[in-house]
Design a protein around this ligand. Structure first.
Ligand SMILES: Nc1ncnc2c1ncn2[C@@H]1O[C@H](COP(=O)(O)OP(=O)(O)OP(=O)(O)O)[C@@H](O)[C@H]1O
Length: 550
């Protein structure tokens, strides 16, 4: 069962304590019942009655203490499991290769990390009550068997019938829940569309109306579905309750006929039966929770299995590279793969040599392979063939993390982190200088290692991203069409002030660009066409620094 599979680990660690507490809770509950029944026999005897009252009080006290402890133990174990799943999913995503992480559905991931795990957590208190009720029912049945075997057999057979009815209903409910889950995820996808595409939605009445209609019809279908599920639950509940009413009726009307016992045994078994209705009802009402939590656990486990099947990139930590003199791409070859497994666009083989301190420009038409080439160069994609070499040494799994740490990047679809995660001590003078050059001081600043404001225009956000990258003080900078978002004034600053400043600092810059006006600022100009790399100009070397071979 998925829910048990999900919670098993920590529950099994504490299984003895949990079993003991659940048993004690059930026994103390049964003791309450037995004490009441026994007290009804001695109503005239004050001394006896007092003794039973004390026993009654002790049973309740034990119940309260045990119940409290049990709930704490279960809740803390469940919350620990939820926490571990959340961080585990986060880490798994972090560890999956870039080429594969894009295949993960965002809405499914968000749903699992928040909604599904919460449903599992919320299902636990009613499930604990239900578990105790199971123990209580079990103990009370033994007590009832001791009172009257006939009453016991009647009770057990009716309960079995009631449970069979319930499980038959539960199967249908499970199927309906699985369908509702799919519809809920589709709803989330539509909300994502609305938020991510709000501008496009606002700009077209027809688009907005159609999206709203699709959402409305999904929501309508889902609410109808939910009503059906609730009605199925209600039917199951009513059937179970009726079974119990019939059961209690049997105690009063049939047991005296079948059993040659005294009237007081009939009264006691009836009391027991009535006493059991509460716990059994809590078991029944926990079943919807259980079914919901089970469906959620199933989706969580399924996502986890799919994520684990993706190629993980757990590379070992290695000593950082102090710097480098020569970076070489040696017969690099990479082929994109479609979700079907079919091979796609091919980049390479690529041969390129870059010396420390050089400024390299990469140009090329849309879809020519520039981004793919940059991802190979930065180690985000692993080449199918060929090697990246740093000062002659091959970059492989053993030193890839240290290699990636050589780069600071501003990608075209860069994400601007408000918090400067992973940055060492910030050089405040350098930061002030960068804010001055990029004229961002009046818009934002750095306080407590975070930007005070990131609600800015696209171009301004890119300028902050550039500041963040430069503050990393890495030996290689990669900029993917950074200047595309800037006006001519800041474009000029980028090519005529920032790049020369970086060259003077002895760092290497590799930039994808289309600004032909500034091509003179580069030491090497590369051009990409249909996955092949060509050298346009190499100011530093008489011989071409790269050759394109296919
Ligand atoms: N994840 C992917 N899976 C399959 N094919 C891909 C993937 N990413 C890119 N491609 C394909 O690889 C080719 C090169 O894409 P790439 O993004 O490297 O080009 P680009 O030169 O950066 O383009 P642009 O200037 O438009 O950003 C394209 O034909 C594209 O469809």
């Amino acid at each position: 069962m998925p829910l048990f599979q999900l919670l098993r680990h920590h529950m099994m660690e504490n299984r003895r304590g949990l079993a003991l507490l659940a048993l004690l809770a059930g026994l103390s509950n049964t003791l309450v019942l037995a004490t009441i029944n026994a007290a009804t026999e001695v109503v005239g005897d004050r001394e006896e009655l007092l003794r039973f009252a004390v026993l009654f009080g002790i049973a309740i006290l034990v119940f309260v203490i045990v119940q409290h402890r049990l709930m704490y133990l279960v809740s803390s174990n469940v919350e620990r499991t939820i926490r571990e799943y959340r961080t585990g999913l986060f880490e798994t995503i972090r560890g999956v290769g870039l080429a594969q992480v894009e295949s993960v559905s965002r809405s499914e991931l968000f749903a699992c990390i928040s909604r599904e795990l919460r449903i599992v957590g919320n299902s636990v208190p009613p499930l604990v009550v239900a578990m105790q009720a199971v123990v209580l029912v079990f103990c009370s049945l033994i007590y009832m068997a001791w009172l009257s075997m006939t009453a016991f057999l009647l009770w057990v057979s009716c309960t079995v019938v009631g449970m069979m009815i319930h499980f038959a209903c539960a199967k249908t409910i499970q199927l309906q829940l699985a369908e509702a889950y799919v519809k809920e995820n589709e709803l989330v996808t539509h909300v994502n569309d609305l938020i991510d595409g709000i501008k496009e939605v606002k700009m077209s009445q027809a688009r907005g109306a159609e999206l709203a209609e699709a959402f409305g019809s999904l929501a309508h279908g889902l609410s109808g579905h939910r009503v059906t599920i609730m009605m199925l639950y209600s039917r199951a509940f009513v059937l179970s309750q009726v079974t119990f009413f019939l059961l209690t009726g049997l105690m009063v009307f049939i047991v005296p006929v079948l059993s040659p016992t005294f009237i007081k045994v009939v009264v006691m078994t009836t009391t027991s039966s009535l006493f059991l209705i509460g716990p059994v009802s809590s078991i029944i009402s926990a079943l919807p929770n259980f079914a919901n939590a089970n469906a959620s656990a199933k989706s969580i486990l399924s996502l986890k299995t799919r994520l684990l099947a993706l190629e993980s990139e757990r590379f070992p930590q290695s000593a950082p590279f102090g710097g480098f003199e020569t970076l070489r791409l040696d017969h690099l070859f990479y082929q994109h793969r479609h979700a079907s497994g079919e091979g796609g666009f091919v980049v390479g083989p690529i041969n390129l040599t870059v010396q420390r301190g050089q400024v390299v420009f990469l140009t090329g038409g849309n879809g020519s392979g520039k981004t793919t080439m940059i991802r190979l160069l930065t180690g985000l994609y692993r080449p199918d063939r060929g090697a990246v070499r740093l000062d002659g040494g091959v970059i492989d799994a053993s030193n890839l993390l240290a290699y990636r740490d050589l780069f600071a990047t501003v990608f075209a679809d860069n994400h601007l982190f408000k918090e400067l995660y992973g940055m060492g001590p910030i050089d405040q003078d350098y930061a002030d200088r960068l804010f001055d050059i990029l004229e961002m001081g009046h818009k934002s600043r750095i306080e407590d290692r975070r930007f005070t404001n990131v609600n800015l225009s696209g171009g301004q956000r890119k300028r902050l991203a550039l500041i963040a990258a430069l503050l990393e003080r890495k030996p290689i900078y990669v900029f993917d069409e950074w200047a595309a978002d800037q006006d001519p004034y800041f474009r000029e600053k980028f090519y005529r002030t920032i790049l020369p400043m970086l060259r003077a600092e002895g760092v290497t810059v590799i930039a994808i660009t289309h600004d032909d006006k500034y091509f003179d600022t580069a030491d090497i100009h590369l051009h990409m066409e249909d996955g092949r790399l060509q050298i346009v100009r190499d100011a530093a070397m008489p011989m071409p620094a790269l050759d394109s071979v296919r």
